[in-house]
Design a protein around this ligand. Structure first.
Ligand code: NAP
Length: 252
């Protein structure tokens, strides 16, 4: 079942070549996308900019992404379902959802299409930001490395002598080689590269945790769509404490 979207065109930000940073984002008026088979059309409430978004713009995964120019970036979406593509069940227009539209993205816009397989219902709220604290001065069984790449020597001495693992979400070539070496030598102290592979059931689990109040969202800053380039620049600085949000409905 499909419900008509409320508009034919929408405001969006897009870039048409690699590089350019925040200045490379152009405000445009473009047609509202139509959901294809297996997709939902979302009237966007907010999008969250992640470092991967400006890394794609920089050309770090060239020539694979973006698949074509011009490109409306950002894959973390939230909003209301307004239309269902063919074969989609489990959602209806009016459902509040979160979604990961990756690698097609399209989130810096008033409407975005997303795969239903990576969309989860959520009556979401936006609680205020919370301060993040860094641990120090101890030995650990496990370390999650979520900052810019750092050499293995940074980590090995903070792992417990009996053994432990560093889960690295920013693995480069050197970290990947180190991880391979640790694996084949059955090292007690190991580097484990992690690349996010979104799964609907895990998104539903997170949504449920948020609904129960067990998962709090830390928000660094929010911007209206008209100032999304400032949000982009803020993400590129690399010092956000929590999520950087672009809200589609708010004004300057
Ligand atoms: N593997 C995956 O699937 C995956 C998924 C998501 C994200 N990532 C990657 O993970 C990284 C973090 O993502 P994010 O969304 O958390 O980024 P973010 O919002 O930009 O977070 C930046 C954080 O890194 C800290 N930081 C910056 N430079 C640092 C340094 N030299 N040493 C220690 N801490 C530093 C900042 O703290 P200060 O302000 O105190 O410097 C801030 O807390 C990015 O590179 C992103 O691409 C990977």
């Amino acid at each position: 079942m499909a419900a008509a979207a409320t508009a034919k065109t929408m405001r969006a930000l897009q870039y048409d070549k690699y590089g350019g940073g925040a200045e490379g984002l152009k405000h445009v008026e473009v047609p509202v996308p139509a959901p294809k088979e297996g997709e939902v059309l979302i009237k966007m409430e907010a999008a969250s900019i992640n470092p991967i978004d400006w890394k794609i713009q920089k050309g770090m995964v060239r020539p694979f992404l973006p698949k074509k120019f011009p490109f409306v970036p950002v894959g973390d979406l939230s909003g209301e379902v307004v239309e269902l593509g063919a074969g989609v069940s489990g959602f209806k227009p009016g459902d509040k959802v979160i979604s990961m539209s990756f690698p097609n993205c399209g989130g810096l816009a008033e409407y975005a299409v997303a795969p239903a397989s990576l969309t989860a219902a959520l009556d979401y709220k936006t609680p205020g930001g919370a301060a993040l604290r860094s641990p120090s001065g101890k030995k650990y069984d496990a370390v999650a490395h979520c900052a810019p790449p750092a050499p293995w020597s940074t980590f090995k001495n903070v792992l417990a002598d009996a053994g432990g693992a560093v889960v690295d979400v920013t693995p480069g070539i050197a970290a990947t080689a180190t991880a391979f070496l640790h694996k084949v030598t059955f090292s007690k102290k190991r580097l484990v590269p992690l690349i996010l592979m979104p799964k609907k059931e895990e998104m539903e689990w997170l949504a449920d945790m948020a609904k129960q109040g067990k998962l709090k969202t830390a928000i660094d800053s929010t911007y209206p769509l008209s100032r999304a380039h400032e949000a982009w620049a803020k993400s590129m600085e690399g010092h956000a404490t929590g999520k950087i949000i672009v809200e589609m409905g708010s004004t300057d």
